[in-house]
Design a protein around this ligand. Structure first.
Ligand SMILES: *[C@@H]1O[C@H](CO)[C@@H](O)[C@H](O)[C@H]1NC(C)=O
Ligand SMILES: *[C@@H]1O[C@H](CO)[C@@H](O)[C@H](O)[C@H]1NC(C)=O
Length: 386
């Protein structure tokens, strides 16, 4: 009996620790669990996704469980021609491995024959889970990004029912109480051990950048613009996080987008400042913004542009109280908006009232008494009667 219990415990333990395509156990960072993302009815959770690069094959992927679509039978990833006449099996759930990429992001590696499918986990606090397909980036080498709360360390660990990835319930998940709860977006980074870094009150929400046309430490032909949290457009840069503008040639280039953001040095190691990285997946450009916590510079956010420190790599330093753990709170979206609307109405009302008062004053003071009498008369008598 005891031996059976022991055997069962061992089997259970290995089952939990085993890395399959559903689950990645990392001794330091925690667990990635995709079981709650995958559909279990033989269909793909992400169906017919078009690569970012444009008209090419479509891709379907189901995390954790196998699916069938067109001629792909019991697969993990299927490639389908746009007219749906051809389809190719790219990966099976049984041939997977996990690793960390150079940015320490968990990556699911499916290999079958000569084909490799790499799916990078992009931790996101957005409610919608999404798959971004970068396509066949090299021959027989397919890359994708899975954006989800379940792509965060311990984001969905210990949960198996689909579509219950709610922010509040995650913190109370029993098997992960000893592990930190971490989630992030382009605006904030939360770690249950240290708190939250929230940049949403710095960023402009009006489509422009809060740091506009900033010169670098060593001024040259370029200026840079950057807006934390919200996308902006300037010149030829559309919906970007950062833009480089060539003063001479009047050309501008996006250097980072909010949607692909990840954070570095977030474990509060002294001497290493937290850094936000905004990559551009379709080109080799990348914007890194080092966050320098300064609780004294109340609401005085300062951006220093270091410049292009490596080919295609742009470096900036943002000094702000919001760069500190729990330095700034989230931007209150609705009350602030309402307050602004009422403020505008209030100001407009006051201006109109003042104008009326000034007009009345002019009317009563600068004109002789006779005319005042006349005015009062004409006000009481309806004009249309005549
Ligand atoms: C993916 O897995 C295969 C087989 O295990 C391995 O040869 C390859 O180097 C891996 N690729 C990456 C990027 O980890
Ligand atoms: C924090 O990160 C640094 C650099 O990545 C690493 O050397 C260190 O071991 C980490 N510390 C903890 C407590 O995870």
């Amino acid at each position: 009996m005891q031996r059976l219990t022991l055997l069962l415990t061992v089997v259970l333990f290995t089952a939990i620790l085993a890395d399959d395509s559903c689950r990645f156990n990392h001794p330091l960072y925690g667990v990635i669990d995709l079981a709650s993302l995958g559909l279990r009815d033989g269909r793909a959770r992400f169906q017919g996704i078009t690569p970012a690069s444009g008209l090419e094959y479509l891709y379907s992927f189901n995390p954790c469980y196998s699916f069938s679509e067109e001629t792909c039978q019991n697969v993990a990833v299927c490639q389908i021609s746009p007219d749906r006449r051809y389809s190719f099996e790219l990966a099976r759930q049984t041939s997977s491995s996990w690793s960390l990429d150079t940015s320490y992001r968990p990556t699911l590696n499916y290999t079958s024959g000569s084909k490799t499918v790499l799916i990078t986990m992009v931790c996101s606090s957005a409610d919608e889970d999404s798959l971004e397909v970068l396509g066949e980036t090299r021959l027989n080498y397919y890359t994708m990004q899975l954006r989800s709360r379940c792509a965060c360390w311990n984001g969905c660990a210990g949960r198996s029912s689909p579509f219950t990835t709610k922010l509040t319930s995650r913190v109370t998940t029993k098997p992960t109480t000893t592990r930190p709860s971490i989630y992030y977006s382009a605006c904030q980074y939360h770690d249950s051990r240290y708190g939250t870094i929230d940049l949403s009150t710095i960023g402009n929400t009006n489509g422009g950048s809060v740091f506009k046309d900033v010169n670098s430490l060593y001024p040259n032909d370029y200026v840079w613009s950057y807006n934390p949290c919200y996308s902006f457009s300037e010149h030829q840069c559309k919906n970007v996080a950062g833009c480089q503008i060539d003063k001479m040639n009047q050309i501008s280039y996006p250097i980072g987008y909010q949607s692909f953001v990840y954070w570095l040095n977030m474990n509060a190691t002294s001497g290493l400042n937290p850094t936000i990285v905004y990559p551009i997946t379709t080109s080799n450009r990348l914007l890194k913004v080092e966050l320098i916590c300064d609780r004294t510079s109340s609401a005085n956010h300062h951006l220093q542009v270091v410049g292009e420190t490596a080919v295609g790599e742009y470096y900036m330093r943002l000094t702000s109280p919001c760069a500190c753990w729990n330095g700034c709170n989230e931007r209150p979206s609705h009350p602030s908006f309402n307050w602004n609307v009422w403020a505008i109405i209030g100001i407009a009302g006051s201006v109109v009232f003042l104008l009326v008062v000034i007009m009345m004053t002019c009317l009563f003071c600068s004109k002789p008494k006779r005319q005042r009498f006349y005015t009062v008369m004409s006000e009481k008598t309806p004009i249309l009667k005549y």
